[in-house]
Design a binder for this molecule. Sequence first.
Ligand code: FAD
Length: 473
Amino acid sequence: MVVGDVTTGTDVLVIGGGPGGYVAAIRAAQLGRDVTVVEMDDYGGSCLNHGCIPSKALISASGLAHRAGEAERMGVYAEPAVDMSAMVGWKDQIVNRLTKGVESLCERAGATLMTGRAEFAGDGEVRVVKAGDGQGSETVSFEHAIVATGSRPVEIPGFGFDGEHVLSSRDALALESVPDRLLIVGAGYIGMELATVFQKVGSDVTVVEQLDGVLPGYEADVTDVVHDRVESLGVDFHFQQTAREWEATDDGLLVWTDSEAEGRAEKRFEADRCLVAVGRQPVTDTLNLAAVDVETDERGFIETDDQARTSVDSVFAVGDVAGEPMLAHKAFAEGEVAAEVIAGEPAALDHQAIPAAVFTDPEIGTVGMTADEAAEAGFDPAVGEMPLRASGRALTLDEREGFVRIVADGETGFVLGGQIVGPEASELVAELALAVEMGATLEDVASTVHVHPTLSEAVHEAAKGARGASIHY
Ligand code: FAD
């Protein structure tokens, strides 16, 4: 039966139930607004279903297996075996638990959840095509809309995702068996995290990258630590290589790359599977944004200000659709800001204090400015650094590589940023993010007593170092 078109109305219509959308919905409902969320797939978006959480689950499990097998120096002898299907099953349980949690949080806050695909139909109106055959559609009129439709992986010409030979990160996170040979195109954070996972569970991983190093956007001394470590795990890197074409063979596939730097010389790689992880693009082309005159840039991102406002007063955009950094916690923060601005509160997001992390082995955590960026911005930077080989806690974890660096304004001592590479960098960077956000000084960090022995002492020591008062290094 086809259900006819019906019309309903809401104060705040949120399109997309990922980190940006569900947080915006909960916050707007908390602030007394009538909220409707439209999601066409599973709640939790890319982050919970195919991104942050599944990848971190596999990173933990593969890391545990690898660590147990490498602990002879600590007097531990083990030969762990990996059952990929069980590992993926464990990961799926976590995902299911969390996605149900998101739905229930939205409902308990008072938001109405609608399943279907939304697109703008005109001023103040969205059309929702309900999921499932014959479910019909519904027109929802709104006072304010928050677009939170996220992003999808970029496909490169000739390498359309088929789920069998050419995989997206989503496909790779659902693999129930370990490919003997995995070729990864792209050494950004997704490629590097998954290279680490699959090498640790037994694949022979090869990474080809168009640029001349891993993890573009981070400083060389940070990425060098990760590159060296991941290479020492056995991952084979080929830089300045562009993937051009592939062909299926009896036992997998052949991939050809060429190198502009090497006069288009070709290389040939054999693999069982090829994961393409060359970036993500915003999901804005399916929204009929022209119906409401919302502007996008040439790459399809919706342009927003620090209050998540678009070029149209009634429409806000948060998360990956609103541009870099495409990270879940940026989406959370923008979702809250959009809801509060709609509710008339004076909220705004300080993009300088948004940390970033890469969950490789070891991890990277950064926030704010590098020393070069601080100098370019006119500061006379004071920089303190603590290598982890001088940290008692790092040594008790059998970790030696990496460092904590803190960057401050040499004149006032205000903390401007920091870069950490080492174990738990994703956790340690929170202290630096708090310092940047609240305008703390080196003295504030240096005079805060830290627990001994912990990795966080390295942050403390780096702050002391920047003041010329290092004790342990
Ligand atoms: P999404 O999470 O993409 O959610 C958008 C939602 O909108 C989806 O559920 C989609 O179904 C829905 N939707 C789209 N169009 C419509 C429509 N027309 N109608 C209705 N619904 C629609 N970030 C981190 O911070 N830390 C990490 O460790 C991390 N790891 C990652 C690992 C991987 C492998 C990947 C792929 C991403 C990772 N990310 C990580 C990035 C993170 O997942 C995204 O930044 C985050 O999910 C963005 O949230 P969002 O709400 O903007 O969009």
